[in-house]
Ligand binder design. Structure first.
Ligand SMILES: Cc1cc2nc3c(=O)[nH]c(=O)nc-3n(C[C@H](O)[C@H](O)[C@H](O)COP(=O)(O)OP(=O)(O)OC[C@H]3O[C@@H](n4cnc5c(N)ncnc54)[C@H](O)[C@@H]3O)c2cc1C
Length: 416
């Protein structure tokens, strides 16, 4: 790169922070602008599959995460009515051997803190909190184009200038709204809500403390739980089909929710005792309506480009939202490193690689949700099929996700 590139990133979530690290490695000067006054303890558990942990390893943050992460031994898929195993996918050391990096479970806040610490250690990255990014104007003078970013900094209007603006501002990205993607480009409620809870280990049933990821399948509902924070907490996600009339939160990470556990328990009537023990142990629930957007044919306008949930908010049924944001971050860094500072070329390279990959995962996540929530004869067929899949067959089915290699652009192989 001949001149130091000035990159502005809106949003210091998992995507924005990882992008800052990845871009700083190319020698760019990065300014991260985050609306929240402080990066506080928000969110819940995340599964970090090897496609994501591989990149964090390269960026040197995986070791720092080690004290707070766990590597589940197995993914157990269980039948709601009696808890019987339908399938088991071995993970643990096998994940490392097969995909070159561990499959981990973490608390989002721990990952965010570790990434923020790594950013603070880089002289090329400046993180400014309490800064709301309001909009942008692209400016072209001769050969050179730049971007002027309007902000509200601790309540006062101001401007920051750079060569590129990366919108990592999440599902309700206000920068995406300025990209001219049309009036229909709004978040769409999926008809499902995720109820999330964190159970302190001391209050959790012993079965929930095993270092494994449990996925329970029932009619129109599923339940996921695994221990996080080195075993101090159990993360629980209960997903139900729900007409939902609640508060349409603009800040999903921070707003408390109006979650009535009695309603949730009714939705899990007929489920095995073990599942109810876990639901009963939750001290408090947060209710997260799950949204998607239509898939955008482009993610950029001039020198402004989307990433993470701002580009592709997906349903969480393959646990890949943060993983994709991390992949985006790596791809941005690589595109800018190889384009020699040519901004538009770098953005094009990034879009060409990432749009097919993210749309494949979005589609597969949606299908996975339909499979998880089958009922009646369809569920019987699904269960019979799952019981026949060997552990190796399970691993092969996720190779295209977990074994994703940088720049591979590999197309999806269909899930069952
Ligand atoms: C129930 C559930 C379970 C999930 N489980 C998993 C999982 O197991 N594995 C996985 O990989 N993913 C999972 N995900 C998805 C994952 O949480 C998201 O995809 C990921 O966090 C997106 O990261 P992001 O950085 O793109 O956006 P966000 O985390 O939403 O970050 C956006 C940031 O931008 C800031 N911001 C917004 N607007 C502005 C503005 N105007 N100016 C400045 N800053 C702004 C916000 O404050 C925030 O800090 C799950 C999601 C849900 C709902």
């Amino acid at each position: 790169m001949s001149e130091t590139l000035k990159i502005i990133i809106s949003g210091a979530g998992i995507g924005g922070l990882t992008a800052a690290l990845s871009l700083a490695r190319t020698g760019a000067q990065v300014t991260l602008l985050e609306r929240a006054p402080v990066l506080e303890e928000v969110g819940a558990g995340l599964q970090l599959s090897p496609n994501a942990s591989n990149i964090l390893q390269d960026l040197g943050v995986l070791d720092r995460l080690a004290p707070w992460s766990l590597a589940p031994e197995v993914l157990r898929i269980r039948r709601a009515r009696d808890g019987a195993d339908l399938a088991r996918m071995p993970l643990g050391p096998l994940a490392d051997a097969r995909w070159g990096a561990p499959h981990l479970v973490v608390h989002r806040a721990d990952l965010q803190r570790v990434l923020a610490e790594a950013c603070a250690a880089s002289p090329l990255i400046t993180l400014r909190t309490d800064v709301d990014v309001l909009g942008f104007a692209s400016v072209t003078e001769g050969e050179r184009s730049s971007v002027q970013v309007g902000i509200r900094d601790t309540g006062k209007h101001a401007r920051v200038d750079g060569d590129v603006l990366i919108a990592a501002d999440g599902l309700r990205s206000n920068l995406r709204e300025r990209l001219g993607l049309g009036l229909a480009d709004t978040p769409i409620y999926s008809g499902r809500t995720a109820w999330r809870a964190l159970i302190p280990a001391a209050a959790a049933p012993a079965s929930a403390l095993r270092v494994e990821t449990n996925l329970w399948l029932g009619a129109k509902a599923h339940l996921v739980h695994y221990p996080i924070r080195a075993g101090d907490l159990v993360n629980v996600v209960a997903v139900i089909e729900d007409p939902w009339r609640g508060n349409d939160s603009t800040d999903i990470w921070r707003d408390p929710a109006d979650a009535d556990p009695k309603y949730l328990k009714r939705m899990f009537g007929g489920w095995a005792r073990d599942a109810h023990d876990i639901l009963d142990a939750a001290p408090q629930w947060r209710r997260w309506p799950l949204f998607e957007r239509r898939f955008a044919p482009r993610w950029s306008l001039d020198n402004v480009v989307l990433m993470g949930d701002a580009a592709h908010p997906i349903l969480p049924f393959l646990a890949q939202g943060a993983g994709l944001a991390i992949e985006d971050a790596e791809a941005l860094g690589r595109a800018f490193a190889t384009s020699g500072g040519a901004v538009r070329a770098a953005i094009k390279m990034y879009e060409n690689e990432r749009i097919p990959r993210a749309s494949d995962i979005a589609l597969a996540s949606r299908r996975q949700g339909a499979i998880y929530h089958m009922s009646g004869p369809m569920a019987l067929v699904r269960d019979a099929f799952m019981r026949r899949v060997t552990p190796d067959g399970m691993l092969r089915r996720v190779d295209w996700i977990y074994g994703y290699r940088k720049g591979a652009g590999a197309r999806r192989r269909l899930l069952p």
